[in-house]
Design a protein around this ligand. Structure first.
Ligand SMILES: [Zn+2]
Length: 488
């Protein structure tokens, strides 16, 4: 529990965004009014030390004093630059798919993309507050519902439905070019075995079964654009969303209670109307709410594409991951509000960063052993767990032997087992977003002289939240919409 010392009114918009994101990620409860002494959080004017990554280091960003923690404006601006994606929004460079190249990302440039540096700074902020508190009461909101200490979100992008053999042959060509003759042979034999079958549909059902075993509800991003010769050659839209095969899959997904999101085709990156049309069509075809979007190939124009997403009515964007490596593109292992760098304003759109995907190591680092992909996933799970954040993974349903990936299916089984073993809060993307919006909105409207708090929220998602005290003991506390609240 902290008091923000007056001066935050003089902060510039990116600094205000940075402060809000850090406090949110720290889980520290902010008190609007207190009848007892609380730890104060002050902002310290400071020039940048040269780079956003340098400004985010604990030593540069934080100072401890008696009953007070200070954070520099340079660190707050760096949060907007990194977690708000401002640097990438200003970047004009593109790769051959029209994406901002990873090398332009400030954390890749600083060699820090494998650690959630912004989440780590928020954790250090909480430590600093606890360290200077002395007898002042400190309260934090619980990271996730039902006592979970971290969260995991499993997502699937439905890239292949019709004409699956085409993808098998493309992949065999890729394996041939890499000299992986043994794998190529295995794929060829699997293609022959599956010729009259539908391995994609079978893979979807196998995923649903495995996830049901762990009581997981995944989030599926589905392409909803009619294919043309041009889109097929580009690897953009290759299946008819209203065709029988795609309809069968959509029905299976919604019947299993999984979430459907839009996998925005290439056109949607720069076309608000295409984005809105595709969302509307997907709602109609799936007969389900479509609250989130992830761009196919992660193709987007940072900042602009998010405006199209908002205009189309989306609540969250799950695109922010690296196409060619795994890690933390925004330096956070958690959903954060989207930042519009050009207008210097926070958007009513949640960003759910993508942290790991099945094919990153295979496609770009030539690692063809699925077991090693899972090792990489586990490394990143540890990072997310350490900051009590959310791990977001992507497994393509076409990552099966007949479509070019021998050994992938057992690897997926071990991925789910690794997740389940560590007891994360497992929920769909929309559920994670709803929880984080609620958690972020909780305030101590008042703290009485004996340290009891009255909680209020402006986002009426739940009525109770667990509060943790200095020693980590938790109490369930009523939260009320408006001015009055429960006491603890
Ligand atoms: Zn895709």
């Amino acid at each position: 529990m902290i008091r923000l010392d007056g001066g935050s009114g003089r902060l510039r918009p990116p600094e205000q965004y940075g402060l809000e994101v850090l406090i949110d990620l720290s889980r520290l409860l902010v008190a609007d009014r207190a009848d007892c002494d609380l730890v104060r959080l002050n902002v310290l004017d400071r020039q940048s030390a040269g780079s956003a990554a340098a400004d985010l280091s604990f030593q540069a960003a934080l100072e401890r004093a008696n009953g007070e923690v200070r954070i520099t404006t340079a660190a707050l601006r760096a949060v907007a630059e990194v977690a708000g994606g401002a640097i990438e929004q200003r970047c004009g460079a593109t790769d051959r798919h029209g994406r901002v190249p990873s090398a332009e990302n400030p954390l890749v440039a600083a060699g820090q993309s494998r650690r959630p540096v912004v989440s780590l700074l928020a954790t250090e902020l909480r430590r600093a507050v606890l360290a200077v508190a002395d007898r002042r009461p400190v309260r934090c909101v619980a990271p996730w519902p039902e006592g979970h200490r971290w969260a995991a979100l499993v997502t699937h992008d439905l890239d292949v439905v019709d004409r699956w053999t085409l993808f098998s042959f493309l992949r065999m060509a890729e394996l041939g070019l890499k000299g992986k003759w043994d794998l190529m042979g295995r794929v060829g034999r699997a293609v022959r075995r599956n010729l009259r079958k539908d391995p994609v549909n079978r893979a979807v059902h196998s995923i649903l079964q495995l996830e049901a075993h762990h009581s997981m509800r995944a989030t599926w991003f589905v392409i909803c654009a009619d294919p043309t010769i041009r889109t097929m050659l580009a690897g953009d839209s290759t299946y008819r969303p209203q065709g029988p095969a795609a309809r069968r899959i959509l029905t299976a997904l919604t019947q299993a209670g999984h979430e459907i999101g839009l996998h925005g085709s290439f056109a949607t990156a720069n076309d608000a109307k295409a984005m809105a049309d595709q969302r509307r069509n997907l709602v109609r075809l799936s007969d389900a709410p479509v609250m989130g979007v992830r761009q196919h190939f992660l193709r987007m124009q940072p900042g602009t594409t998010q405006q199209h997403m908002l205009a189309a009515g989306f609540e969250y964007d799950a695109t922010w991951g690296f196409a060619d490596r795994n890690g933390f593109r925004l330096g956070v292992a958690d959903p954060v509000p989207a930042w519009d760098a050009r207008r210097e304003t926070t958007l009513p759109l949640e960003v759910v960063p993508l942290i790991w995907m099945d094919r990153a190591l295979s496609k770009y680092a030539g690692v063809e052993e699925p077991g090693r992909w899972i090792e990489d996933a586990r490394d990143l799970m540890r990072e997310c767990k350490a900051v009590e954040g959310a791990w977001v993974g992507l497994w393509h349903p076409n990552t099966v032997e007949a479509l070019g990936f021998p050994g992938a299916e057992p690897a997926f089984v071990s991925l789910l087992q690794a997740l389940a073993d560590d007891r994360p809060y497992l929920a769909s993307a929309h559920k994670l977003v709803q929880w984080r919006r609620f958690r972020r909105s909780v305030r101590a409207a008042r703290v009485s002289a004996d340290g009891r708090v009255l909680l209020t929220t402006t986002a009426g998602h739940r009525t109770v939240i667990a509060l943790e005290d200095e020693s980590g003991d938790t109490t369930q506390v009523q939260v009320q919409t408006g001015r009055t609240g429960g006491a603890a």
